[in-house]
Design a protein around this ligand. Structure first.
Ligand code: 5GP
Ligand code: ZN
Length: 113
């Protein structure tokens, strides 16, 4: 999608601190980190949110979850980490391209809502 921030990052039109890439997945550091490690993992295909996942495009979600342990290991997250996706207005999703936050590098708060 031409007006999507993360599509532009994936295409290299906007710079990012890449931590992982394969044919289906791109991962980069969040510009406003909320933990010592804060990585965003996105599918290369544009899907607006978790609510847009379906039988036709769900393979990329599997690829993302195959990449996450590799990214976590590379980032040294041996003591655990959190994976979050915000979906829609009530969840405060700000970028409308499906993305999974990997947060770690410190003990994280117990509450999420
Ligand atoms: P959301 O609130 O949609 O779940 O998460 C969007 C995330 O994207 C936020 O954590 C925000 O800091 C991050 N973000 C927004 N714009 C940029 C950008 O231009 N570059 C990077 N690396 N992260 C961004
Ligand atoms: Zn996009």
């Amino acid at each position: 999608m031409s007006d999507c921030l993360f599509c532009k990052i994936i295409a290299g039109e906007i710079p990012s601190a890449k931590v992982y890439e394969d044919e289906a997945v791109y991962a980069f550091r969040d510009i406003a980190p909320m933990a010592p490690v804060h990585v965003l993992v996105v599918p290369k295909v544009h899907i607006a949110s978790a609510d847009g996942v379906n039988a036709e495009n769900s393979a990329c979600v599997a690829r993302i979850f195959e990449a996450i342990p590799k990214i976590a290991a590379a980032e040294g997250l041996t003591n655990g980490y959190r994976v979050i996706t915000n979906c829609g207005e009530d969840a405060c999703q700000t970028v409308k391209h499906l993305h999974f936050h990997i947060l770690g590098g410190k003990p994280l708060p117990e509450t999420m809502a």
